[in-house]
Design a protein around this ligand. Structure first.
Ligand code: FAD
Length: 270
């Protein structure tokens, strides 16, 4: 199952609106999106994620897709009318207000490049702004026989890992290695299964490639005894490097590892 998503059998393109925007810490913005279409979103796995479609600041002619065959719709749209699309994890479902939260990483682009669309959108989104959302499913699924879970990610995977920890309370204890850009991004309180240990790894140095600290920390760690399930995501060198380490140096069976490249250094999402 490594790296594979379990997509929903049936899904539809949801049209939602931004309800709230909150700066959680220097590198995270939490956005609540919801509306009538929320009733069509089926809750599946703990790391459920989807494609978010949004307008670019200043382009008010953007037309959001209305069908899950959005690529076909894109092909017939002029560039000015085409929305931007980026993948985000569902951090928390809020059925009581027909909404869910996402948490977007605020990352600095190189000074000679325009700001990344996801980052600029998250900084400027206002209540009432329309977005599209298409459920892409989930990948998290502990293997039978696992006695604990190893969760490893950079900041892009933090929303998914926090959602996993929060929803798997009462299930497998976790050893979580969470790399974030700065000390201020460390969350003071995390809901997690009993016996969980969280290792916060703030980089505090913009020149260090995201994922480097988490990979090194697991390499150096004395892991718990017993069979375990691994879920890891982030800049692609982290999940692929971690899998290689676990398989080659610790004899972990490949099927016990779910590894997902969420983004690539120096490469914008298509
Ligand atoms: C299943 C899945 C779930 C995801 N969940 C989340 C989530 O909950 N929150 C979240 O913020 N991201 C999440 N991501 C990652 C997010 O989709 C990518 O980081 C995406 O590239 C962000 O778009 P952007 O417009 O900010 O940057 P892009 O325009 O795609 O990239 C511009 C430049 O920024 C770099 N870049 C991209 N992302 C980052 C980053 N996080 N840190 C530093 N540099 C970066 C790129 O390498 C490129 O050089 C998820 C990805 C997947 C596949």
């Amino acid at each position: 199952m490594a790296g594979k998503y379990r997509r929903p059998a049936r899904r539809r393109m949801l049209t939602l609106t931004v309800q709230r925007r909150e700066r959680v810490s220097p590198h995270f913005v939490r956005i609540t999106v919801g509306g009538d279409d929320f009733r069509h979103l089926e809750r599946s796995g703990y790391d459920q994620a989807g494609r978010l479609f949004f307008g670019h600041p200043g382009h008010d002619q953007v037309v959001l897709p209305t069908s899950e065959r959005w690529m076909l719709q894109f092909a017939f749209q002029s560039a000015a009318k085409r929305p931007r699309v980026r993948m985000y994890s569902i951090r928390r479902f809020r059925p009581e207000i027909s909404a869910f939260d996402i948490e977007v990483v605020i990352h600095e682009g190189a000074s000679n490049r325009p700001a990344a669309p996801g980052t600029s959108w998250a900084l400027e989104a206002e209540p009432g702004d329309e977005v599209g959302f298409l459920d892409e499913g989930y990948s998290y699924g502990p293997t039978p026989g696992a006695t604990w879970q190893l969760l490893v990610g950079d900041e892009s995977a933090l929303p998914a890992i926090l959602a996993i920890l929060e929803q798997s309370t009462g299930e497998l204890p976790a050893e979580a290695f969470l790399e974030v850009p700065a000390d201020e991004d460390v969350r003071p309180k995390v809901a997690a299964p009993a016996g969980t240990r969280i290792h916060w790894l703030p980089r505090n140095d913009p020149s260090v490639r995201p994922g480097t600290l988490a990979l090194q920390a697991v390499r150096d760690a004395q892991l718990r005894p017993g069979a375990f399930y691994t879920w890891t995501a982030g800049e692609s060198a982290l999940p692929t490097g971690l899998r290689r380490h676990l398989v080659n140096d610790r004899n972990v069976p490949k099927p016990d590892i779910a590894f997902l490249g969420y983004w690539k250094q120096g490469k914008a999402s298509p």
